[in-house]
Design a binder for this molecule. Structure first.
Ligand code: FAD
Ligand code: SF4
Length: 502
């Protein structure tokens, strides 16, 4: 019996469970990596995403070879199946071990491959909570609120706890973390750590630039880390220099400041170059050792221990098909400008989209309150929006698309994740960013030639869906405002929204 291990591009931690299980036997185990061009063509992925994953895989394969594993690497393979069959035959593999894929449909697809050997999945340790543990937590309560789950996580892993009480006496300091950027205020934001591409990355950049199928975004400048060592440097630099001020401006957006005080760690966490607990513990340690502000440390830890784990748990245990959900029955095509930022005059969208084209990254509020908010109130097809996010973002994977884009961003799940849709007019963007100052539209106007499209699309969204929205608790006040509007204004809004969308 010969054992083989198949490693996917988002499973690049040395302690990932398939490798850890066979560590002592590593000289007798054959490991395979496959770069599938068929998979890469599923959607027009951001060039930096392909470069990042393929370069990180090649670096990780080289590290495993140095540790004594026997590695077969198939670059630019047409698909997964042919190299797998070849490897199985050549190495007489009778059992393939792999860490369970975090993508549910990919995991199912693997079982359908007609392979002449057994496939054994091990627990996925890119996350702290296993599927079974999350299910147990769900069984223990009537409501599945993220906040309850997060508190349970604090207790379970003893993070920022003083015995059974939260350190500082409060679980959640979010209220202190919503400071808007003030006019005239100059914010001293940190510069993100970037890396010069080495020979391996350079060769992947050249390969990706010349792929014979459509891709998105810029290949260069490419500055992402592609090894565990570099990912650890990003974490350590964040904890040392950025975490102390992570909190206050967490929701703010500023022109020319793509990252603000955000960590950029999703990029590394999501492919396993970092594991969640080693990031959380580093932040917690810094809190005790350097007396950092609790609002920043708690706010950051909540993102990973709370939101990230919660989204993954919901994705893994949800027994309906997220992918086909469409609560509002939205079918409008995604506007072309999502693929080309120069095609819109809306400054907020152009700024954020340009940033995504250049880097594959935007921070949470840019994703939620600019991009997804626009797609929601414009009535765009959730499936098209999800595909765009999945293609465009360097940290996008199925588990995070279904929950964050379909659920939190578009409310396509009818409220499984969020208690009400994150729909907002220009008022929110004007308050939390400086984008409106450089825009040809007027954020204060609902109708008229220079009225901001976020305004008439927002009110039109509320009007179109008022029956459905009435069933949600927290929508009463805004619906009242809708009904205070004159009939003539509502007609004008309807017309302007229809004109914009056509
Ligand atoms: P920070 O602000 O520094 O936060 C720290 C960490 O918390 C992140 O690295 C991430 O691991 C975790 N985190 C925070 N919120 C979430 C969340 N809601 N879900 C999962 N993890 C979270 N996250 C992705 O990892 N990949 C995506 O493709 C992605 N797409 C999104 C699309 C939409 C429409 C929305 C609303 C959210 C999306 N998120 C996604 C969640 C969140 O926006 C990103 O995790 C975060 O912006 C990543 O940047 P950062 O590492 O600088 O985050
Ligand atoms: Fe965006 Fe409207 Fe503000 Fe322009 S005015 S930046 S379109 S919210």
């Amino acid at each position: 019996m010969t054992t083989g291990i198949w490693i996917l591009g988002d499973q690049l931690h040395p302690q990932q469970t398939a490798l850890a299980t066979h560590w002592h036997n590593r000289h007798r185990v054959s490991v395979i990596f496959i770069e599938s061009l068929e998979y890469a063509q599923q959607r027009p992925y951001h060039q930096q995403k392909l470069i990042f994953i393929w370069s990180a895989m090649r670096h990780f394969a080289a590290e495993l070879r140095q540790q004594g594993w026997s590695v077969s690497y198939f670059p630019a393979a047409a698909c997964f199946f042919d190299p797998l069959s070849h490897w199985i035959e050549e190495n007489q593999i009778s059992e393939i071990w792999m860490m369970a894929p975090s993508d549910r449909s990919f995991a199912e697809a693997i079982y359908q491959f007609p392979l002449p050997c057994k496939i054994i999945f091990t627990e996925n340790n890119n996350f702290l909570w296993s599927r079974e543990e999350f299910t147990q937590w769900q069984k223990g309560g009537k409501r599945w609120l993220m906040e309850d789950f997060y508190r349970q996580g604090r207790r379970k892993f003893q993070i920022l706890m003083a015995s059974d009480r939260p350190v500082g006496g409060t679980w959640n300091l979010d209220k202190e973390n919503r400071r808007p950027p003030k006019k005239g205020e100059s914010l001293q934001t940190p510069t993100p750590l970037r890396f010069i591409p080495d020979e391996i990355t350079q060769s992947v950049i050249e390969q990706v630039k010349h792929l014979p199928f459509p891709t998105y975004g810029w290949a260069e400048p490419f500055g992402w880390g592609v090894t565990r060592e570099q990912a650890l440097q990003v974490r350590d630099r964040f904890v040392r220099e950025i975490l102390p001020t992570f909190g206050p401006y967490q929701d703010a957006m500023v022109t020319g400041e793509p990252t603000m005080w955000h960590s950029l760690l999703s990029v590394y966490l999501n492919i396993g170059l970092l594991q969640p607990l080693e990031v959380i513990r580093a932040a917690e340690e810094a809190y005790y050792e350097r007396d950092l502000p609790l609002n920043s440390v708690e706010g950051f830890i909540r993102q990973i221990l709370g939101w990230r784990e919660y989204m993954q748990g919901i994705y893994q245990t949800w027994n309906r098909d997220f992918a086909t959900m469409n609560w509002f029955q939205h079918t409008h095509p995604l506007p072309d400008f999502f693929w080309d930022s120069q095609k819109t005059e809306m400054n907020c969208l152009r700024e954020v989209l340009q940033q995504v084209e250049k880097t594959g990254y935007a921070h949470h509020i840019q994703r939620l309150m600019v991009l997804a908010n626009f797609a929601l109130i414009a009535g765009c097809s959730p499936q098209e929006v999800k595909n765009w996010f999945h293609a465009a973002f360097i940290d996008a994977y199925d588990w995070v698309m279904q929950t964050n884009v379909m659920g939190m961003g578009l409310f396509a799940d009818g409220g499984a994740i969020a208690s009400k849709p994150y729909a907002a007019s220009a008022n929110y963007i004007n308050k939390m960013s400086d984008y409106c100052r450089g825009c040809q539209y007027n954020p204060k106007k609902r109708i008229g030639e220079d009225a901001c499209p976020f305004n008439y699309l927002y009110w039109n969204f509320l009007e179109r869906h008022q029956e459905k929205l009435r069933s949600l608790h927290r929508m009463g006040m805004v619906l009242k405002n809708l009904h205070r509007m004159s009939e003539s204004e509502r007609v004008a809004i309807r017309q302007q929204a229809a004109e914009f969308l056509s």
